[in-house]
Design a protein around this ligand. Sequence first.
Ligand code: ATP
Length: 307
Amino acid sequence: MNPSTSVITVRGLHFGYNKNQKILKQLNLEVPPSSIYGFLGANGAGKSTTIRTILGLLKPQLGQVQIFGEEVRFNRLSALKNVGALIEAPSLYRHLSGYDNLRITCQYLGLPKSRIGEVLEMVNLQHAATKRAKQYSTGMKQRLGLAVALLSDPEILILDEPVNGLDPTGIIEIRNIIKGLHQRGKTIFLSSHILSEIEKIATRVGIIKEGTMVFQGTVNELQQLKSSSLNVKVLVNDSQKVENVLNGSHKYQILDKNQIELTLEDQEQLPIIIRNMVNKGIDLYEVIPQRNDLEKLFINLTSNEPS
Ligand code: ATP
């Protein structure tokens, strides 16, 4: 992607909370306009640290963060003028109503009161506008936090684990609100440690592992990658004989005289190869699937969440 077309560009980011620590390492990412960018990573991978660096709350040791081409470290306020963010639990006035929470931010930002009704509707809280925030459920508080972030009508929304700690209904509600905001043309950057959650909502995905991006692409590309290659270890009486059966048509590595590792393009090839081996008189003792790094990563990112 041409960097000038992305709304958030991060290049060569290095960050540690102290001199000896390396939390972010040469991190690059690009968020295209009008996308829902799912920033995926296991707990502790560096998602929140990246988000805080994008928002100029942490200063990177090296690297650049640009929003609409403007460098955050040179002019934070101007670079972030089109950004709304919700990181951690929203800070609300608990004793005030949802409406009054929004009214205070409206006054502070010099925005017309008409925005309050509009954002309440966007997050489905019209019916609870007069209720005190302390009486809100966790999901409602999260939605009110989202409404606060939306007041200034930002073009980009940055949300750190927006469904964390919510019950299944709350998760679905936030997901639908995000989809609605996307349809209104907003670019949304959200983090999660749950692969299935990102697959359901994102148009583009970035995966961070130990402070480095290991994948960036569309959801389709991610799904293709997940199902692309399969490594299996085959235990046989004679590895050399297996070579003849494979006949140069598959990638393989002879591990020793009884073990060979095959790389298959897809799962369908496995029964064909096994049949050929048996037909050629090779004794087959075991077929063991081997997980590559990406597969191991996906397993870490998998969790049962509502569909
Ligand atoms: P999680 O989903 O668990 O919040 P994450 O991907 O958002 O994970 P970060 O919160 O960015 O990860 O943490 C990345 C690493 O930085 C972790 O090893 C964490 O312990 C460390 N870390 C985070 N905040 C601090 C801090 N204030 N001081 C020192 N180390 C920190």
